[in-house]
Design a protein around this ligand. Sequence first.
Ligand SMILES: Cc1cc2nc3c(=O)[nH]c(=O)nc-3n(C[C@H](O)[C@H](O)[C@H](O)COP(=O)(O)O)c2cc1C
Length: 172
Amino acid sequence: MHVIAFNGGPRKEGNTSTIVQAVLEGAASAGAETTEVNLHHINMKGCQGCLSCREKHGVCAQKDDLSPDLEAIKTSDAIVYGGPICMYRITGQMKLLVDRMYSLAAPKKEGRGYDSQVPEGKKFAVVVSQGAPDPEQYGRSIRYLSGNDRHAVSGFFTGQTRVHTDNVTLTV
Ligand SMILES: Cc1cc2nc3c(=O)[nH]c(=O)nc-3n(C[C@H](O)[C@H](O)[C@H](O)COP(=O)(O)O)c2cc1C
């Protein structure tokens, strides 16, 4: 089993990293091979709007450090999204990833909507860290990333399992 985690926090030893690494350690102790991608520390760009993925489904034409990790979303068994809440939403680094994931959805041949180019049956987890005590702040971002939102990223993943890490005490 391969678990890939995307960390959208800028701080290598920040709160998000603490949580993401705890998730990966748990997966590793159960025998999984794990990869953590620190989005802030790789050379990546956002979607360039070339729409080549509308012709070549599932493939992003932008080639940079993120390219192998986008491919790994299709081949791994589980995906973890980790990020701090930033200005009431996700970080810019995480949004770059989300935009690049446009390439993993192909328009349906008939009617509206998209067909995921990610094979079915993957597990999916979202972990977030925030400063404010208001749960609605992370709630909005989790809904965006993981479900109960028409535009949710988890629309790419069928057969998902969601894990929310509430009640974790961390120092800022
Ligand atoms: C630019 C910036 C914006 C932030 N915006 C929010 C916010 O809107 N809501 C919130 O609860 N925390 C906010 N925070 C606090 C971070 O979410 C929190 O400190 C988090 O634990 C940082 O994660 P890290 O240690 O992985 O960097 C913000 C922090 C920064 C640096």
